[in-house]
Design a binder for this molecule. Structure first.
Ligand SMILES: Cc1cc2nc3c(=O)[nH]c(=O)nc-3n(C[C@H](O)[C@H](O)[C@H](O)COP(=O)(O)OP(=O)(O)OC[C@H]3O[C@@H](n4cnc5c(N)ncnc54)[C@H](O)[C@@H]3O)c2cc1C
Length: 403
């Protein structure tokens, strides 16, 4: 059995950021990753300005091999059923278009942690002053003894299930899938990530250029049919936007997404010496941007461990106090009062709206409302309104709602 200070589950961005903090503080840190590194990760790779700053400040400039073609992204274009399109540039210029297979591996290497890949987390036992972590490497059981464990293993986290066995039944699950097409003709600008607020297409519909092909992606409540949903979107793009694509290659892919906890301030941060971070904890920004909050929350989880040791305080107490700032950043993005009266996002939606005619503004607001109605069945409305009203009164979001 290997004894270390910290075990981190998941060699992704949250894991890299957490490891950077614990390694810098001199803690012996091992990262467990179930896949062989460098590993593939389904993602558009559009990095927000805040995520970009984090990578620069903590890991340095990104090498060329960590980027897709086009190597950068200017911002996001929203499209509406009324055929209004709103391009919005990121604040402070373009950001890198990450190739997650290589960018994540680069960040993990630069964290300085020891990495055990092809090692799957399988379970844990809280022992009071330490945690036993059970994993499998090439099918063989391996055990680690750690003072603290960080679960940074993404949306379908097994660490979350180990700590809260019923949690996955308490939240709605979505499926997001994307197909890759050779391009015949594509009038959508390759400089932007394109997103459709269209209830007839799905809960999350997007398209963008990557390495000479066009990605067409669709997200919906789990249980629907990916091929059918994708075909509807592809036809729509051709009919309405003149996007002519060849049939998709056979490298299509998809995964389950835990979209929702950040909207309603229902994060899961762990128990005892086990901390949860990144998307495993529920962090996901507007239009599914999850890298910047994975990086920041990951770093905070690592810092919390360092601080708890220095101050001889329980690590959960420290983490929950410190993570409140990232909860504000993330949940503000979904807060209607913040959206109306502040600028919680990293591209200027109000400015783009004001560039439209009065008629177009009316159409956009009507289309957005119709899109929001699509989410009615999840009964988030009251919870979002409650959190929005609480935000100015207590200066944040209630910790009582976190697990
Ligand atoms: C289709 C799609 C497009 C997206 N596009 C964007 C985008 O353009 N911009 C953006 O900011 N965000 C995007 N996101 C969201 C973003 O990818 C995630 O929010 C972000 O990667 C979360 O980071 P993380 O470190 O928390 O977890 P993840 O990136 O999910 O990483 C978890 C890691 O844990 C490993 N792991 C899982 N289970 C185990 C186990 N049992 N044992 C050991 N290791 C394990 C996984 O292999 C993985 O390496 C997109 C997501 C999807 C699905």
């Amino acid at each position: 059995m290997r004894t270390v200070d910290v075990v981190i589950v998941g060699a992704s961005l949250a894991g890299a950021a957490a490891a950077k903090r614990t390694v810098d503080a001199g803690l012996e840190t091992v990262i467990l990753e179930r896949k062989e590194l460098p590993r593939h990760k389904i993602c558009s790779g559009i990095l927000s300005p805040r995520g970009h700053r984090f990578l620069l400040e903590n890991f340095g400039p990104l090498p060329r091999e960590t980027l897709h073609e086009p190597t950068s992204c200017r911002g996001v274009t929203f499209h509406f059923p009324s055929m209004v399109s709103m391009p919005m540039d990121f604040f402070h210029g373009t950001t890198p278009h990450l190739h997650r297979k290589y960018s994540d591996h680069w960040a993990i290497q630069r964290s300085g942690a020891e990495v055990h890949d092809q090692t799957s987390f399988a379970g844990l036992e809280e022992k009071g002053d330490h945690v036993l972590v059970h994993a499998r490497k090439h099918g063989e059981p391996v055990t680690y003894r750690a003072r603290q464990v960080i679960g940074a293993d993404g949306p379908s986290s097994l660490v979350v299930r180990a700590v809260y066995p019923d949690y996955t039944k308490q939240i709605p699950w979505f499926f997001v899938g994307q197909k890759f097409h050779e391009i015949i003709d594509c009038p959508l600008s390759s400089e932007y990530f394109h997103f459709w607020f269209h209830p007839g297409l799905g809960h999350y519909t997007w398209s963008h250029a990557r390495d000479g092909r066009q990605i067409v992606g669709v997200g919906f409540k789990r249980g629907d049919n990916f091929a059918k949903k994708h075909a509807v979107v592809q036809n729509y793009l051709e009919e309405k936007h003149g996007v002519r694509l060849k049939p998709a290659g056979d490298d299509h892919e998809g995964c389950a997404e835990n979209f929702g906890p950040s909207l309603i301030n229902r994060y899961v941060f762990g128990k005892g010496n086990v901390l949860l971070t990144g998307q495993a904890a529920g962090f996901l920004n507007m239009i599914g941007e999850g890298m910047s909050c994975a990086l920041h929350s990951g770093a905070i989880s690592g810092e919390a461990i360092v601080e708890a040791r220095l101050r001889n305080r329980p690590v959960q107490e420290m983490y929950r106090r410190m993570i409140a700032s990232e909860v504000r950043r993330c949940s503000d993005q979904w807060n209607p009062l913040k959206i109306a009266f502040d600028k919680p996002h990293e591209a200027d939606f109000p400015e783009a709206l004001m560039k439209l005619s009065w008629r177009e503004r009316g159409l956009v607001l009507r289309d957005m409302w119709n899109f929001i109605v699509l989410f009615k069945e999840f009964k988030w409305g009251r919870q979002i309104a409650g959190a929005a009203l609480q935000r100015p009164i207590v200066g944040g979001y209630s910790m009582q709602r976190w697990l």
